[in-house]
Design a protein around this ligand. Structure first.
Ligand SMILES: Cc1ncc(COP(=O)(O)O)c(C=O)c1O
Length: 446
C-alpha cells in the first residue's frame, strides 16, 4: 500500500526546515515540489507516495546495473558482517587490495596493449580524487626538481566543487565567484565548443593549435594538463574529437607535464568503452574514477597512477617525498566491497558491451530530434547524451524535465541541455519509454 499523499508534503516541510541541499536555491526550493524518494528497484525509483519513476540519469550518473542488484546487495551485506570500517592509514584490508588489483586489470592500455597504470590511491568522491591527483601532479614535478606551479585545463571544464577542482573548472556560473581564492591555472579553449557548422575535426585542429601555443609559452611551469576525456559532461555533454586527446598526451610528454584524465563521469562504461580515453588509444599518467565505481551504491573514488609517478614518491622518510594526503574513510571496506562486486559483475555480464548497444539504441530512438525545430543539437558518446534545446522560457531544460516527470521519467537538466544518462543495463522497453518520454516532453513544452 502506498503511504498517503500527505507523506511527501510533510517530508518536504520538514526538509525545508532542516536541510541545505547541494546546487539548490532554497528561496524557491519548495516551489518545484521536489520528489521524496522512498525506495528503488532496478531502473525504477519510488517516491513516498508510491509513484514510480524511471531513473533516467542513474541517480546523478552513478548506477550501472540499477538499484538493489542482488549480487551488490550481498557483497555489502557480507562485508557488513565482517567490518563496516577500518582505517587504511597504517593498515590494509582485503576489499581494498582486491579492488585495486581488479581496477588495474581493467585499466586502459595503449596501442601496444601496455597499461602503464600500476598503483591505486583511494579517495571518497570525484572531487576529492581530483584534489589528490592535482597535488600528486604538483608534488611529482617538485620532487623531480622542477618548479611547476601551473595547472592547465579546458574552458567549460568541470572537475568538482572543492577548491582545487574549482581552480581547474571552466563553468562561469559555478566557478567565477571563487576565482580570487584559487590555484594558479591556465585555461585553454575547449575542443567541444564549435562554431555553427564547424566539424569536430576542424575544431580539434584549432584547439590543438591553441594548447600547443600555450605550452610553448608556459610549458616548463606546467605540472599537469587535466581533461575530461572525449566528453565534457557537466558543460552539457560537449563531445570532441579523439585527436585532441592524443595531442594532450603528446604535449604533456613534450613539456614534462603529467596528463590527468578525469573519468569520474565518463569512466566505468558510460561511453560504451570501459574508459573514455580508450576512444583515443592513450593512457594518462593519472586516471581518476568515481561515480559508477561502486555501481551507485556507496561513495568511493580512486586515482590510478603510473609506476613512474609512484616511484617519484619513494625515498627515506627524511626526504619528505611521502604523499601527505588521505581521508578518515579512505578505502572504506563497504565501498570497496560494493565496487569489487560491481566490477566483477560488469566483466561477467559484459556490461560495457551492453552499454555500447544501449548507446546505439538511444541514438536511433532520438534520431527524430535531429530535425526538431526546438532542438539545437543532440550530443552523445555511448550512453552519455545531451539534448540542447532552444530557449523558449526562462528554464526550458527544467520545464522539459518536469514534463518528463509527469510522464514517469526522472531527468535533470544542465541549463537548456536535457541530460540522459541511463543505467548501463537498461532493457529495451525502458529505453523506449525513456526516449519516447523525452521527445514527448520536448513537444509538450516547445
Ligand atoms: C568529470 C567530473 N569530475 C569530477 C566530478 C565531481 O565528482 P563528485 O560530485 O563525486 O565530487 C564530477 C561530477 O559530476 C565530474 O563530472
Amino acid at each position: 500500500m502506498p503511504p498517503s499523499s500527505v507523506t511527501s508534503g510533510s517530508w518536504r516541510s520538514r526538509d525545508a526546515a532542516a536541510v541545505w541541499h547541494p546546487f539548490t536555491q532554497h528561496a524557491s526550493w519548495l516551489d518545484d515540489k521536489p520528489l521524496v524518494i522512498d525506495r528503488a528497484d532496478g531502473p525504477w525509483l519510488f517516491d513516498s507516495d508510491g509513484v514510480r519513476y524511471l531513473d533516467g540519469v542513474s541517480s546523478l550518473w552513478v548506477t550501472t546495473f540499477g538499484h538493489r542488484v542482488p549480487e551488490l546487495d550481498a557483497a555489502v551485506r557480507d562485508q557488513l558482517a565482517k567490518a563496516a570500517h577500518s582505517t587504511f592509514l597504517g593498515a590494509t584490508h582485503a576489499p581494498g587490495i582486491e579492488l585495486a588489483e581488479q581496477l588495474l586489470s581493467v585499466a586502459p592500455r595503449d596501442a601496444e596493449s601496455v597499461s602503464e597504470l600500476a598503483k591505486v590511491f583511494y579517495a571518497g568522491d570525484g572531487s576529492s580524487a581530483v584534489e589528490a591527483a592535482l597535488k600528486m601532479a604538483y608534488q611529482y614535478g617538485a620532487q623531480s626538481g622542477h618548479n611547476r606551479p601551473l595547472f592547465v585545463h579546458l574552458s567549460q571544464a568541470y572537475h568538482g566543487d572543492t577548491l582545487g577542482a574549482v581552480s581547474v573548472g571552466g563553468i562561469e556560473l559555478f566557478h567565477a565567484t571563487y576565482r580570487p581564492i584559487l590555484l594558479r591555472a591556465l585555461t585553454t579553449g575547449s575542443p567541444g565548443v564549435r562554431a555553427p557548422g564547424q566539424s569536430p575535426q576542424a575544431r580539434a585542429v584549432e584547439a590543438i593549435d591553441e594548447l600547443s601555443a600555450l605550452m610553448a609559452e608556459r610549458g616548463s611551469e606546467v605540472c599537469t594538463i587535466i581533461v575530461e576525456p572525449m566528453i565534457q559532461g557537466a558543460a552539457g555533454m560537449l563531445t570532441y574529437d579523439a585527436a585532441y586527446l592524443r595531442a594532450c598526451r603528446r604535449l604533456a610528454d613534450e613539456y614534462g607535464a603529467l596528463l590527468i584524465c578525469d573519468e569520474v563521469a565518463a569512466g566505468i562504461g558510460r561511453t560504451g568503452r570501459m574508459w573514455a580515453c580508450e576512444h583515443a588509444g592513450i593512457v594518462p599518467d593519472l586516471l581518476i574514477c568515481g561515480k559508477g565505481l561502486t555501481g551507485g551504491y556507496l561513495p568511493l573514488s580512486a586515482v590510478l597512477a603510473t609506476q613512474a609517478v609512484y616511484d617519484a614518491f619513494l625515498g627515506p622518510a627524511s626526504e619528505n617525498r611521502t604523499f601527505f594526503h588521505g581521508h578518515t574513510y579512505t578505502a572504506n571496506p563497504l565501498s570497496c566491497a560494493a565496487a569489487l562486486a560491481n566490477l566483477r559483475l560488469m566483466a561477467e555480464r559484459n556490461l560495457v558491451g551492453q552499454a555500447a548497444q544501449l548507446g546505439e539504441r538511444l541514438g536511433t530512438l532520438l534520431a527524430p530530434l535531429g530535425s526538431h525545430p526546438s532542438v539545437v543539437e543532440v550530443r552523445r558518446l555511448g550512453t552519455m547524451t545531451g539534448i540542447e534545446l532552444r530557449s523558449v522560457t526562462e528554464r526550458t531544460g527544467f520545464a522539459v524535465c518536469q514534463a518528463a516527470q509527469a510522464r514517469g521519467v526522472l531527468l535533470r537538466p544542465l541549463g537548456d541541455v536535457v541530460i540522459l544518462m541511463p543505467p548501463l543495463a537498461l532493457a529495451q522497453a525502458e529505453t523506449e519509454l525513456l526516449a519516447n518520454a523525452v521527445i514527448a516532453a520536448i513537444n509538450d513544452v516547445t
